[in-house]
Design a binder for this molecule. Structure first.
Ligand SMILES: Nc1nc2c(ncn2[C@@H]2O[C@H](COP(=O)(O)OP(=O)(O)OP(=O)(O)O)[C@@H](O)[C@H]2O)c(=O)[nH]1
Ligand SMILES: Nc1nc2c(ncn2[C@@H]2O[C@H](COP(=O)(O)OP(=O)(O)OP(=O)(O)O)[C@@H](O)[C@H]2O)c(=O)[nH]1
Ligand SMILES: [Mg+2]
Ligand SMILES: [Mg+2]
Lengths: 289, 270
């Protein structure tokens, strides 16, 4: 892995005589290659390794007895710092609205049910709203999941997402349900009409949370979709899904770096219990491989 | 912006960023830049286009057998677009006047059968399904047998999404193949791995593992109507030689096109 490569690089370097600022570049290249292979955004990698290099020189890694260990510690610390702390859901209003958004197939519907289940276990009274009127059987999918976890699902007239949300808002008022989790259709960040639909929904429900689902295996383009969803909606956090796969998940560093928004949850399987809080040091180890 | 120029250090850096940002990956990018260095061309970007097209130009027709039915199995990780692509493929064959059977072998995920049923209706295909929770291989067996007895032309089998690192799920897929072979020894004639164009380097591992366990004959690259370039297709072509057969360019029944290396590379370099 990365550790071995760096330890070899520094051994070779020290074998050549004094480690200098010029040849620490080799260690930097190793980190760069590793992060790119992990799907971290090209631009983020460039800035990240620049910072690592500055710190390494500043902390006099070159004078250390174990420069490879010092160097990797700096890389890891920087990564953990950028990945941020885990942050809980901020549910302020009654009822609070949690809106699920994201590209097609990223796990919104499944995660909506997972979040409802999670909140129910915490003693909250969640209700689900099926506002995906586009995908065949999307509403059925959420209904099946809702039945499984004993959480009711509002489905409205199944034809107009805005109308469904309006009806849902009326229904939950004074209903005793304190969290409303809204599933929306998957959409491209460059689909103007669909992005406007989300903006309109946001205006109506004034959500406490707008969660962007991101697939852990996403590559370089995630920088574009994350940035656009965030700029247009001001997302409040991410749910990173399919972390039970073997993707290194560099996209997580990208979305954190680009938006500064926290990762609130991770999906680690298809079952409703396959849902975890975000642990930055675990993710750092995974990204570094 | 991409005017004629030699492969100097600046151009090399620019090409590296372009390819990496398109998900071509570090290894394939290094290989491509090495190729460009060997060719010493006066038009680096023109030559780049040629090199990329060459990597992607593989025979990518469908292996349609002489005897009916032609059996296609759709496989891939969760959410990549398999079910939707089943509908699109069925519609494509219907356009050619073919009779199509769709088999609902995703017996696991919530409302998967309902979702596929809608697509089968839209495409005008016969729909074969069992109860949710039934044995996926049994549905496949049933669908192929139905096609044989009713003399249908094509069978398209939708399978449940699964991550390639889940051994037991991959074994289930291998079992579906074995069961089909009992009825039709050369089937499935095509095993199409459906990959989301947004996928990063993990796509290479997906292709490796799926091919190893279920024998992938081609790739469908979906969601190319987004901003993702789908450069993972280049890494897969270079590393594994698996051809891209179709691209998905939207959520409608018509949004499937045969893969064209020229168009793909043009869009990637745009
Ligand atoms: N292995 C695994 N699969 C997941 C996870 N989260 C979701 N899935 C699966 O990913 C696929 C897509 O999930 P959905 O919830 O339908 O995704 P979506 O974002 O609602 O999709 P659209 O509504 O079409 O945009 C399904 O097969 C889910 O079971 C996860 O954490 N791990
Ligand atoms: N924009 C776009 N969306 C697509 C394309 N192909 C599929 N989708 C969407 O991607 C999402 C997932 O598609 P599905 O067909 O359910 O994917 P799947 O692989 O069958 O998912 P699982 O069975 O849960 O693993 C849906 O919202 C589709 O409409 C495409 O080419 N372009
Ligand atoms: Mg959904
Ligand atoms: Mg499916």
């Amino acid at each position: 892995g990365l550790r071995e490569k760096l330890s070899n690089a520094f051994r070779v370097l020290s074998g050549k005589g004094k480690i200098t600022e010029k040849n620490i570049e080799e260690a930097v290249q190793i980190v760069k290659t590793s992060l790119l292979a992990a799907d971290v955004s090209y631009k983020v990698v460039k800035e990240f390794v620049e910072n690592v290099k500055k710190r390494a020189l500043g902390e006099e890694v070159l004078k250390s007895l174990t420069p490879d260990q010092m160097f990797i510690k700096i890389v890891r610390d920087e990564l953990v710092r950028l990945l941020g702390e885990r942050e809980p859901l901020k549910l302020v209003h009654n009822p609070s609205y949690v809106m699920m958004v994201g590209l097609q197939g990223t796990g919104k519907t499944t995660s909506a049910a997972k979040i409802a289940n999670y909140l129910k276990k915490q003693g909250k009274r969640p209700i689900l709203v099926a506002a995906d009127t586009y995908r065949p059987a999307a509403i059925d999918q959420l209904e099946v999941l809702g039945r499984k976890i004993g959480v009711p699902v509002i489905t409205g007239d199944r034809r107009n997402a805005i109308k469904i949300v309006q009806d849902a808002m009326r229904q939950v008022k004074d209903s005793g349900y304190d969290v409303v989790i809204l599933d929306t259709a998957g959409r491209l960040h460059v689909d103007e009409e669909m992005m406007q639909e989300l903006e309109e929904i946001k205006k109506m429900i004034r959500p406490d949370e707008i969660l962007l689902t991101v697939d852990a295996m996403a590559g370089q383009d995630a920088v574009n979709s994350a940035r656009t969803f965030n700029e247009r909606l001001e997302v409040t956090g991410f749910v990173v899904t399919k972390l039970d796969g073997d993707s290194r998940g560099g996209v997580i560093l990208t979305i954190r770096y680009i938006t500064g928004k926290p990762v609130k949850f991770v999906g680690v399987g298809e079952k409703v219990d396959d849902f975890d809080e975000f642990y930055p040091d675990r993710i750092a180890n995974r990204i570094l491989g | 912006i991409l005017k004629s120029r030699r492969l100097d250090e600046d151009t090399k850096a620019e090409i590296e960023e372009l390819l990496i940002s398109a998900d071509v990956g570090v290894e394939a990018t290094e290989y491509i830049i090495k190729k460009l260095e060997e060719k010493k061309s006066e038009d680096a970007f023109g030559t780049l286009k040629e090199v990329l097209i060459e990597i992607l130009s593989k025979p990518n027709g469908l292996n349609i057998p002489v005897e009916k039915p032609f059996v296609i199995s759709m496989v891939g990780v969760n959410g990549s677009g398999k079910t939707t692509t089943c509908g699109k493929l069925a519609a494509m064959f219907r356009e050619e006047g073919k009779q199509v059977v769709i088999g609902a072998c995703d017996t696991f995920r919530a409302a998967a059968i309902d979702q596929l049923k809608v697509w089968a209706e839209r495409a005008g295909a016969t729909f074969i399904s069992h109860m949710e929770g039934a044995d996926a291989a049994a549905v496949a067996f049933d669908a192929v047998n139905h096609a044989i007895s009713k003399s249908k032309d094509v069978v398209i089998l939708d399978t449940a999404g699964r991550l390639h690192n889940k051994r037991h799920l991959m074994e289930e897929l291998a079992k579906i193949n074995r069961v089909i072979k009992k009825v039709l020894p050369n089937a499935p004639h095509e095993v199409l791995l459906v990959i989301d164009a947004v996928t990063g380097q993990n796509g290479l591992q997906q292709a490796k593992t799926f091919r190893e366990i279920v024998g992938v004959t081609g790739i469908v690259l979906t969601k190319l109507d987004g901003t993702a370039k789908g450069g993972i297709a280049i890494a897969i072509a270079k590393e594994l030689g698996i051809p891209i057969k179709f691209v998905g360019v939207g959520e409608g029944l018509e949004d499937l096109k045969p893969f064209n290396p020229h168009d793909f590379v043009e869009a990637l370099l745009a």
